[in-house]
Design a binder for this molecule. Structure first.
Ligand code: ADP
Ligand code: MG
Length: 412
């Protein structure tokens, strides 16, 4: 696979770059510009080499499929398009690059072609949301051809979208490869792959390899658990997920979140893991998930009382988890230990962050997953990890598919 460093002669070349500018927004403003920042090294490098850079990205959802099924109306689609106008990214991108960013409010047609063809060396063009196009998520070949026509070179730097074979992530490089034109990954994708591959291809020197899993549903993570069970020495399980496992062991879990459909699976895992799965011994419990005044919050060991739900791991579990983590040479973490969005239930997730901070310089530590990465950032631990992935779903698919992602494999 070519990386951006292998692309030398770019003067006057039109380089189409798939970036991930799918930023969270609030009231028409960017709430967190992390994803824009993450793409800057690649864009700057290309501009410095005299390329004419054309940026493609999606933003949010446009439910074309639901429209076709009659589950959404044209008005719904119009509202989604209005909400997900990629123009909001242009000013921030311009600030971060320190140069003018052209924006074209079209994804095909005369206006689009003209904007691409008017670019001069070292100039950058941001194209409207790729999901304004019905064919984007279907990897429609005509659409991919329209975009590929503007590209002498394709660079993939949208790690967060690399698990999707869409027209902009898969269709374009497929066409370019067929034409003998270069396709490469950008700096962000290169870094993500290097770090996540290490969690997939485990070396002896990386053992003990400890996985920490949490978050909501077992069902969402079955393939990840299967894959990690094969590779890891220990799997620590916290979060809502742990109650399905504890129920599978025969414990009483009150009204904790239960993933009923995954009970049998959890039983099977516990049998096969032969003691390598570590579950919480105590829980922070409450009678009300909603933060109403006067709700009861306490800590219990073992069985949960009726009418209460577990919303975080307790201090005893935090200590036990930290002890196992302290011996690790490699850690992969996905999923918060509790309802970290509420102050009262953050301690477990913070304790795991602390345990990982203590490994700094001694072990290779990675976090993948949208909410876990958000928690780490919120609590100020980003710098204490060897790597915090920018791709939620993509990082998990990378783990479960042994390092394969469609948007990366097509570059090879
Ligand atoms: P990630 O995005 O990191 O893969 P998930 O999406 O699986 O993680 O899970 C994150 C969500 O799980 C958070 O919103 C958090 O509040 C919730 N959660 C964690 N522990 C519990 C719990 N004990 N009860 C209910 N929800 C929980
Ligand atoms: Mg999530």
């Amino acid at each position: 696979m070519l990386t951006i460093k292998d692309l030398k002669d770019l003067h006057g070349k039109k380089v189409v770059v798939r970036v991930d500018f799918n930023v969270p927004q609030k009231d028409g403003k960017i709430r967190d510009d992390n994803r824009v920042r993450a793409a800057i090294p690649t864009i700057k490098d290309l501009l410095a080499k005299g390329a004419r850079v054309i940026l493609l990205s999606h933003l949010g959802k446009v439910d074309w499929k639901k429209l076709a099924k009659g589950e959404k109306t044209q008005e719904d689609i119009d509202a989604q398009m209005k909400k997900n106008n990629l123009a909001i990214v242009a000013p921030r991108l311009s600030e971060l690059l320190g140069q003018k960013v052209n924006f074209v409010n079209a994804t095909r047609g005369e206006e689009f072609d003209k904007a691409c063809e008017a670019l001069k060396d070292g100039e950058v063009l941001l194209v409207q949301n790729t999901r304004y196009e019905k064919g984007e998520e279907k990897n429609n070949p005509e659409l991919a051809a329209i975009w590929a026509k503007q590209a002498d070179v394709f660079v993939m730097d949208a790690f967060g979208s690399a698990h999707r074979a869409h027209a902009s992530t898969y269709g374009i490089p497929e066409i370019l490869k067929g034409e003998g034109k270069p396709v490469a990954c950008g700096y962000l994708v290169e870094k993500e792959i290097a770090n996540l591959m290490r969690c997939v291809e485990v070396k002896d020197s990386d053992r003990p390899y400890v996985a920490i899993l949490g978050g909501l549903k077992v069902t969402d993570k079955i393939q990840v658990i299967d894959s990690l069970l094969k590779k890891c020495d220990y799997i620590i399980i916290g979060g809502a997920m742990s109650y399905t496992f504890r129920k599978a062991q025969g414990a009483k879990i009150g009204k904790s979140f239960l993933d009923e459909g995954a009970l049998e699976y959890a039983k099977k895992c516990l049998e096969e893991a032969k003691g390598r799965i570590i579950l919480p011994e105590d829980s922070v419990i409450t009678d009300s998930f909603e933060p109403v005044s006067g709700r009861k919050i306490s800590v219990v060991e073992g069985d949960l009382p009726e009418g209460f739900e577990g919303v975080d791991i307790g201090p005893k579990s935090a200590k036990k988890f930290a002890e196992i983590i302290s011996k690790a040479k490699m850690v992969f973490w996905n999923g918060p230990m509790g309802v970290f969005e509420q102050d009262e239930f953050q301690a477990g997730t913070k304790a795991v962050c602390e345990a990982i901070r203590a490994l700094k310089g001694k072990a290779f530590t990675v976090c993948g997953g949208g909410d876990s990465a958000a928690a780490i950032k919120q609590f100020g631990y980003s710098e204490d990890f060897s790597h915090v992935s920018t791709g939620g779903g993509a990082s998990l698919e990378m783990i479960q598919n042994d390092g394969h992602l469609p948007g990366v494999d097509i570059l090879k």
